[in-house]
Design a protein around this ligand. Structure first.
Ligand code: PEP
Ligand code: MN
Length: 347
């Protein structure tokens, strides 16, 4: 829909606009109002270049898109009936929980194994664990491929599927070859289209699940949804949206908590939403409240950092990880709230 700057386009302006939309296989349909005329674009109106060319004209105020810019993720898409199942649970049927350490410490594998058992005991469905880590400072510990073997060993010991972040194509190949069930795209890579493309192509035809974190500096929600759609467009619709807080941080929190975008995401897309309160608020003491807020907003699940002895962990664990008691209590409370908010009273 083209909204002109004046009440209507002059014949010359109309000819110019018609020519541009024609180049992109579209037609123009004026909608004449008492005061103002607006112009509908008939055809596929989503071409970015066409919109930029139209918005570059002096006579055009703006172009509003009526079609969803992310057709595959739209609730009206055929994919809307797709369900993701992992760790014995189909998302949307009960609260889905991913938990585990931020970073696996290859020098102290017992921490991972003990944490994995605590995660299982708390009722989580997936064990998370950072093998390779994006760090604020490049000289900080960035992970160790040995941790990949440990993660898979923890999976064998507990029967839980595992989630690990991949930051490049080499990690992607190693993780898939090792049998990692869920690949995490981190906040720093949420708009790294070449990585998203490589992941999309690599998981097509497999049942691997992708946890797409919301980027630290991501702007409009459409950007987040479009990134998810890019992965899905290669053929595997097992993509989960994961709000995890954005910049700028709210004073006292690690990021600006964004669990409140959950209903908006669910209105715009069919994709499940699993919120990560650990990176959002960044302190173990605030995580349970943020987790419950996420469930109250309608999240399908939670991704929680947890460690058997947080103070002895590495990466974010000393600050953010829930100890086993707090993890079990948070999961139990979140489950109750999930059941309450999915009860007929709220339906
Ligand atoms: C993580 O999950 O440990 C992590 C680094 O997350 P994010 O990409 O959201 O910062
Ligand atoms: Mn972390």
């Amino acid at each position: 829909m083209i909204l002109p700057k004046s009440n209507r386009l002059t014949p010359e302006q109309l000819a110019e606009v018609t020519a541009i939309v024609g180049e992109f296989g579209c037609k123009l349909q004026p909608i004449i109002g008492a005061v103002r005329t607006i112009y509908a674009i008939v055809g596929d109106e989503r071409d970015e270049l066409m919109i930029n060319r139209l918005e570059g004209l002096d006579c055009v105020d703006r172009v509003d898109r009526i079609q969803s810019p992310h057709k595959l993720m739209d609730r009206r898409s055929d994919l809307a009936s797709h369900r993701i199942t992992l760790g014995g649970v189909t998302l949307g049927t009960e609260l889905f929980v991913i938990a585990g350490p931020c970073t696996i410490d290859p020098k102290n594998p017992q921490f991972l194994f003990e944490t994995a058992h605590a995660v299982k005991e708390a009722g989580a469905h997936v064990l998370r664990g950072g093998v390779w880590k994006p760090r604020t400072n490049p000289y900080s510990f960035q992970g160790d491929v040995k941790s990949l073997d440990l993660l898979l060993e923890a999976s064998r010991r507990t029967g839980l599927p595992v989630d690990a972040e991949v930051m490049d194509e080499h990690h992607l190949r190693l993780a898939l070859d090792a049998g990692v069930h869920m690949l995490q795209v981190g906040a720093r890579n949420a708009l790294n289209y070449s990585l998203l493309r490589a992941i999309g192509a690599a998981v097509a035809g497999r049942d691997t699940v992708i946890l797409l974190k919301r980027g630290l500096h991501m702007g409009p929600l459409n950007e987040f949804i479009a990134a998810a759609e890019y992965i899905v467009s290669f053929g595997n619709p097992n993509v989960i949206l994961c709000p995890r807080g954005t910049a700028p941080a709210l004073d006292g929190y690690r990021n600006h908590p964004d669990e409140s975008i959950t209903p908006l995401l669910k209105e715009k897309t069919w994709a499940p939403v699993v919120v990560d309160p650990s990176h959002s608020v960044g302190r173990a003491a605030y995580v349970p409240a943020c987790a419950l807020a996420a469930v109250a907003y309608g999240a399908d699940g939670l991704c929680l950092e947890a460690h058997v002895q947080p103070a002895k962990g590495i990466g974010d664990d000393p600050k953010q990880a829930l100890a086993p008691g707090a993890l079990a209590a948070t999961v139990a409370q979140a489950r109750k709230l999930w059941a309450l908010s999915h009860s007929p009273v709220f339906a």
